[in-house]
Each structure stands twice: as structure tokens, then as C-alpha cells.
Design a protein. Structure first.
Length: 200
């Protein structure tokens, strides 16, 4: 009889034991050959070719859409994945040295610089048509600004899914966490944030 009570007590203690930090060690899901000391390798692991292709396709679609609306827009040369990589490379390069204007970046020394990879005119052209939403979708958005307006989330959902897929390979949580189906989504103080109500 006593052994049954002791067994039940042990089960209760084990059942309601708090999760102690450091009790479980997370493990990395990164590829074995990935150079963790290389910012380029880590960046390329998260921002993958499908992400650059998504940007490239979206920019081309938006350029075609704008050109169909107006004959005054200059000719457009279809962009490619490799060119979008250069475009992002130029944006990252801008954050290193300090320049008074974007155009001064192309007149800077020392070499090599952005001008060796992409002209200032081409950079401005891609920047002008940089878009991640469906062409023509802006007019369908509501202007109420209410919390029910989720159009901006729907706009970035395909791109966010690509980032999420890449990020899932980084690390598996130490604890196996799940959420109850009884928890319901509700909005927080702003339309950008939402919280889960506590289960009652």
C-alpha cells in the first residue's frame, strides 16, 4: 500500500516538475560543412536562391504592370536571380562606408566598388520597381487601418514562408513544445502584434 502511494507521489512530482534551464541541450540542424565563421555562408543559408527568385519574379511582374499602365516608362530589361544578388550586395555594401548620397557611392574610391558590378542607373531602375506584392493589389486594400485589415500580412506571406522554411533548419528546440487547440488568437495593442489568450 505504502509503495503505491510513494509511486503516485513520484509520478506527481515528475508530472509537475518545472522545466529547468539547461536541463536539455538544443542541437543544431545546420549542414555539417557550413562555415559558421563566414557571414556570407550563414546569409546564403537563410536567404536562399528561391528567395532571390521570388524578388526577381516580383520585380519583373511589377515592372511589366507599371509599363502596361503608362507609355512614358523607360524600357525595362528583365532582371535575373544573379542580378538581384548583386542588387542586395550593393545595399549591404552601402551600410559599411558612409556616403552623403546614394549616387556618391558610384563615384567612390577605392576600387572595386558597386560600379564594377552594377551601374547606378540600373540600381535605381531595379529599386524603382522593387515590389513584393501582387501587381495591382494595392487598390484592393482597405484604407480603414483597422485591426481586421490583414492585407499587408497576405502581401508578404509567400516571402515570409520562404524565410520560415530556411530558418527551420537552424535549430530544434530543446523542449518539445506544443500549443493547445483551445488557445485562440486575439489581437494585442497594435494590428501588427497578436497574442494567445491564456487557456481557462
Amino acid at each position: 500500500m505504502a509503495s503505491n502511494e510513494q509511486q503516485q507521489q513520484q509520478q506527481q512530482q515528475q508530472r509537475f516538475r518545472s522545466l529547468l534551464p539547461g536541463l536539455f541541450s538544443p542541437h543544431s540542424e545546420l549542414p555539417a560543412g557550413l562555415d559558421l565563421g563566414s557571414p556570407h555562408a550563414l546569409f546564403s543559408h537563410v536567404v536562399t536562391d528561391p528567395v532571390f527568385k521570388y524578388f526577381s519574379d516580383s520585380i519583373n511582374e511589377y515592372a511589366d504592370y507599371k509599363r502596361s499602365k503608362s507609355s512614358k516608362i523607360r524600357s525595362w530589361q528583365t532582371t535575373t536571380v544573379s542580378e538581384i544578388k548583386v542588387f542586395f550586395g550593393v545595399i549591404l555594401y552601402m551600410s559599411v562606408p558612409e556616403f552623403p548620397t546614394i549616387s556618391s557611392l558610384w563615384r567612390s574610391e577605392p576600387r572595386p566598388g558597386p560600379d564594377d558590378h552594377m551601374s547606378h542607373e540600373r540600381f535605381e531602375q531595379i529599386q524603382r520597381f522593387a515590389h513584393i506584392s501582387v501587381p495591382g493589389g494595392d487598390s484592393d486594400r482597405t484604407e480603414s487601418g483597422s485591426e481586421d485589415d490583414t492585407s499587408w500580412r497576405e502581401t508578404i506571406a509567400p516571402l515570409a514562408a520562404l524565410f520560415e522554411e530556411a530558418a527551420m533548419h537552424f535549430e530544434e528546440s530543446a523542449a518539445k513544445i506544443f500549443m493547445s487547440g483551445a488557445m485562440t488568437r486575439r489581437f494585442g495593442h497594435s494590428s501588427q502584434n497578436f497574442q494567445l489568450q491564456c487557456k481557462r
